[in-house]
Write a protein of this length. Structure first.
Length: 167
């Protein structure tokens, strides 16, 4: 891991590489009141976008989790909350038992969306912060498009076995 220059994974214009990128993750998020319904998904979208821009520093099943969650929020318009994350994690734990060698293929470093944590650091209003997070998560999600068919199948199974049965 490089501690000088741009972030080697997302390309954020940092001076201390990935370490500064990780330190800057929460910049801008403090503008959002996560109690307000319009901003509740921002936390999840930002975590997923950042994790998927840096898949090399997370466990490989983390990619399945974050990309599936983005699929559920962006493509299926599922309103996410903290109770759903453990449900998705449990579903993926069952899922991976029969697929121990399955991998998602990440986009090349610095080709995972142009928006980075440095863009969050520049925002001054909650509305602008939410807009940037939405654009950021959309960009990152699109960058992972070769994996969309697989995560759509995972998402459909999750909806069927964990969400639709609890409604």
């Amino acid at each position: 891991m490089l501690d000088k220059g741009k972030c080697q994974f997302c390309g954020a214009n940092c001076q201390k590489g990935i370490f500064e990128c990780m330190d800057n993750f929460n910049n801008g998020l403090n503008l959002l009141n996560f109690e307000k319904s319009e901003y509740q998904t921002a936390r999840f979208l930002s975590v997923d976008a950042h994790a998927l821009q840096h898949p090399e520093i997370h466990g490989r099943w983390s990619n399945h989790f974050h990309l599936t969650r983005l699929y559920l929020m962006l493509d299926k318009n599922l309103k996410w909350d903290y109770k759903r994350s453990p449900l998705l994690s449990d579903y993926l734990n069952e899922y991976k038992l029969s697929r121990p060698n399955e991998f998602l293929i990440p986009p090349k470093p610095m080709e995972r969306g142009n928006i980075t944590v440095k863009d969050l650091a520049k925002v001054t209003t909650a509305k602008e912060c939410f807009r940037i997070i939405k654009e950021w998560s959309d960009e990152v999600y699109k960058a992972w498009c070769p994996n969309h068919l697989l995560v759509s199948q995972i998402g459909a199974g999750f909806l069927d076995k964990r969400i639709n049965r609890s409604i």
